[in-house]
Design a protein around this ligand. Sequence first.
Ligand code: SF4
Length: 426
Amino acid sequence: MNKFIIITLGCKVNQCESELLAESLKASGWSCCEKGADLCIVNTCTVTQKASMQSRQAIRQIIRANPGARVIVTGCYAQIEADEIRKIQGVSEVILRDFNKGAGFEIQNSKLLSALKLPLPQSRIPDTAFRTRPFLKIQDGCNAFCTYCIVPYTRGRSRSMPPETVLEHIRRLGAAGFCEVVLSGIHLGCYGLDLFPPVNLAALLHRICETKIVKRLRLSSVEPNELNEEIISLAAASDYICKHFHIPLQSGDDRILERMHRPYTAAFFKELATKIHEQIPDAAVGVDTLIGFPGENEAAFRNTYRLIEQLPVSYLHVFPFSPRKGTPAFTYPDKIPSKIITARCRDMRELGKVKRQEFYKKFIGKSLEVLVESRRDKSTGLLKSISSNYIPVLLTGKDDLKNRLVNVRIEEINGKNTVFGSLEEG
Ligand code: SF4
């Protein structure tokens, strides 16, 4: 039997694409292996200079570890540095996305699959033994051109999966036994605007909610200006949509937001976070921040820090700015020294820990419905689970609880923000 390895760098969307590819290969009789592969695929990332470097390293490592294998490189880094990659000895092919008119939603995988002489998959059904919360990529590409971001150049304009196809995928995932599906995309908030007739994310959510095909639905990140009243009300009104919003704020300083080409202000974000909290007091609000953008002086940084400090934010993802060749911000003056960026990131991460603990502590002694994951926690051996509002809870229990929704009582939170719960009867 032919053996393959897929190495994936970068975001959840890359992971979705790689999983889809792995399913197609398996369906055609290939088997996944850890070494001695006949075929190696590296799905690269270039969101930061570091990600590009890690992509190059991954290509070299896979070539060394699998002598004689066919090595295919694809993904965002391949998209902008194809010639450089072709120079690496041992790379067999670089497969690029096609942004031409008419290029379809899954164009990258279809090109890859046709290069491998494999049929396009009917649908992607991961194995419940390995994954409890499958990601379903329903949108790709972006039209926003934030000044620090390379994505619109590597993934092209926004393309959406038609609603019927989304429903069909969710139906199949529900039939395969999955309780939760995570809707993901590069710019999820502009879902459907490219379709004819256009639809929007809220309309899609309404349709999915009506069917109740899986037990719950989670949204991956949605831009502040696109997380509208309709979506928030929908999540407030039912338990079907997880009470969890991940919002890429990036900066809490209006001047920096404008330089980043982000279409909202700090006041807008404040109103949004407050509105979510008023309508759904238990909701998790996660925030991405990009620290050290050119021109971010101490006052601008403090604006971001204080904004988050005062708002009901549950956790933070902190990214240090690194200039990305090919984006406008690469040439911006007033670069912030890396030492300052590191110190600011440290402060933000400390704030993130405090916010996370404050949020988790609110639930001590309370009951939460959690989805038990398919893998146990490595260090404690306890079952891992996740609540609708994105609290990871460890609990004692047998393997037959895996992939089930159960009620737990939150008992304790330790100094590392690990949450322990106990199974409730019934
Ligand atoms: S919205 Fe901005 S940050 Fe997000 S993918 Fe598009 S350009 Fe990049």
